[in-house]
Design a protein around this ligand. Structure first.
Ligand SMILES: [Zn+2]
Length: 334
């Protein structure tokens, strides 16, 4: 049985302002297609079942079902020493037949184990984008901010639009690469395995959604500039989010709900155009996510952070969320 969210509910609410001072949108969007869930137990079963079905759609089942992760064969290609952290260009094996390059940032002086964060860029980005210091970068160097604050960061490339290996899918290859970034973090002796997070903007926010949802090793997720619904993404957007069978199984809020009860922050900016990741639609999309967190008794673990900007990262909110849920490493100065 599907609940009201499975229907397209058109609620004309006029063009006044809501309690948040935002213009109401004319239609209530179709935001969820999951079955009714009445308890944490039912939610847990739905999550496991949906993850397995999604891995099948993504053509990743063979990769995730391996008993032992494939060797990473880490090769450090270069090191760039900054004031408080070091950036390295590193190559690892993603699948047994495919090598990828990642950018790794780590604080220069840490005592004890550090948390790790997978930092992900959007369309047109590279692994360097989360460290881009340019004034007009929508990433605002959030990766560097985390590395300076005591986190080990790892950034892959996800903005390709070709499928690398026969029998795979674009989204599946992107997701596998970000999951391998967690394998890489866990292989480092300086990492605390219980304190791994992920964060990204736009397509990177989408990949953070996928990574938090599908990889339960991820303890905290920040998804910027992406919380919306699939009906909205059918227009005015690159369609690389879509794969056969996806819409019959989940909408974006359902994918986010696979993260529950692990901490999740979504960021949407007030200056996002109506056609993009607008805040009123994000508020509607948040509701069915929060329902699942509530079933787990943790409604406080999911939040929509609305900021004054546009399609960009609010770095201060991101870092403080990671500080709260992962805890930054102790540096020698502490
Ligand atoms: Zn695309």
């Amino acid at each position: 049985m599907r609940i009201w969210r499975g229907l397209l509910i058109v609620a004309i609410v006029g063009c006044g302002m809501n309690a948040f001072g935002e213009e109401n949108t004319a239609e209530r969007a179709n935001v969820s297609v999951r079955p009714v869930l009445k308890s944490a137990g039912e939610a847990r079963v739905w999550q496991a079942d949906t993850r397995a079905k999604l891995f099948e759609l993504l053509k990743m089942s063979d990769l995730v079902e391996r008993e032992e992760p494939a060797p990473l064969d880490v090769e450090v290609l270069s090191s760039d020493f900054r004031d408080n952290f070091t950036l390295q260009e590193i190559e690892i094996s993603s699948t047994p037949g495919r090598r990828i390059r990642i950018k790794v940032g780590f604080p220069n002086s840490v005592s004890g184990k550090a948390p790790g964060v997978v930092c992900i860029g959007g369309h047109g980005s590279t692994r360097n984008s989360p460290h881009d210091q340019a004034d007009d970068s929508p990433y605002h160097a959030f990766g560097s901010a985390l590395a300076e604050a005591g986190y080990v960061t790892v950034s892959p490339d996800v903005s390709q639009h070709e499928v690398y290996e026969d029998g795979r899918t674009l989204m599946g290859e992107r997701l596998w690469d970000v999951m391998r970034c967690i394998d890489y973090l866990l292989a480092r002796p300086d990492i605390d395995a219980g304190r791994i997070g992920c964060a990204g903007l736009s397509l990177g926010g989408e990949m953070a959604m996928w990574l938090g949802a599908m990889d339960t090793r991820c303890a905290a997720t920040v998804s910027c500039g992406f919380l919306t619904v699939m009906d909205h993404m059918e227009q005015n957007h690159c369609m690389c989010w879509k794969l056969p069978g996806l819409r019959g199984l989940v909408d974006f809020p359902d994918i986010y709900a696979l993260t529950a009860p692990r901490p999740l922050q979504c960021q949407n900016g007030l200056k996002e155009p109506e056609t993009q990741f607008n805040v009123p639609l994000a508020r509607q999309a948040l509701e069915p996510i929060k329902e699942v967190y509530t079933l787990f008794g943790k409604p406080e673990n999911v939040a929509l952070h609305v900021h004054e900007g546009g399609h960009e990262v609010d770095v201060a909110a991101l870092v403080s969320f990671m500080d709260e849920h992962l805890g930054r490493a102790k540096t020698d100065q502490d």
